[in-house]
Ligand binder design. Sequence first.
Ligand code: CP
Ligand code: NVA
Length: 307
Amino acid sequence: MLGRDLTSILDLSTEELAHVLDVSLGMKRDGAGPMLAGKTLALVFEKPSLRTRVSFEMAMRRLGGGAIALPPHEIQMGDREPVRDVARVLSRMVHGIAARTYAHETILELVEHASIPVVNALSEDEHPCQALADLLTLRERFGDLRGVRWTYVGDGNNVARSLAYASVKAGLHLTIATPPDFALLDADLETAGALDGGGTVTQTTDAHAAVREAAVVYTDVWASMGHEHELEGRKEHFQPYQLNGALMASAPADALVMHDLPAHRGEEISDEVIESDRSIVFDQAENRMHAQQALLALILAETTPGA
Ligand code: CP
Ligand code: NVA
């Protein structure tokens, strides 16, 4: 069984992470019964979403349960009422909360005041459900994850941090290539390096060297949600890190391409690369649903509102 909440990939032990992936593969292959019949997940959004909303809703539906999506204007969390009251009200009526927030502290505040499980559906610090789906996608491609080399090129952001933690736990070797001022913090790398699982994370500013041995090259947007106003100023720093034909020419000929989406063609990735037959971005998108279905089955099975 898993712990109550998933705020970070760090909330999963190495064994639990492997178990979520095993259950995801099994449910994707064989389906799952109505394990969450009568259960409801509240989806709290401070930011827009396509994949996260639809994948959580479909995951609950496929398990016989339901979901209530609450877009930003609906709750106005922290404005119309305090975060702690949102947590306490939802805890009386539904069985779990998945929340997409600006500050990571908002996720932690929901956890503190909720009596039901809280899942991080993206915060400024992490995107753990994306990392689960991405590892599931790699499991399908490579079988055993241990020893697989992959490279993340771009912003040292929430996605990069979750991939770093997940890589070490799953035995993958991740190289992160970022512009000099946009790297993950040393503290993040130290945290990742101290995890068990046998994987490694190294960071560099040399994108071409970073992809040289990569079985997979991954990128994400140059300016995350909430930072769009920084995009123009960032472009000159990030241009050498664009995932395009020239960068892929430095990677092995059979290297795959990943992106968590939404993609900004002509910015972090070229149209040619995302549309190429090396691109597995829609496998990743679909796997959000399968990975979250397993996660929800594992953490919501025993929950009761108001407990
Ligand atoms: N990858 C991802 O989280 O997509 P959305 O922002 O559309 O949910
Ligand atoms: N890093 C991006 C991921 C979007 C799914 C963001 O936070 O906007």
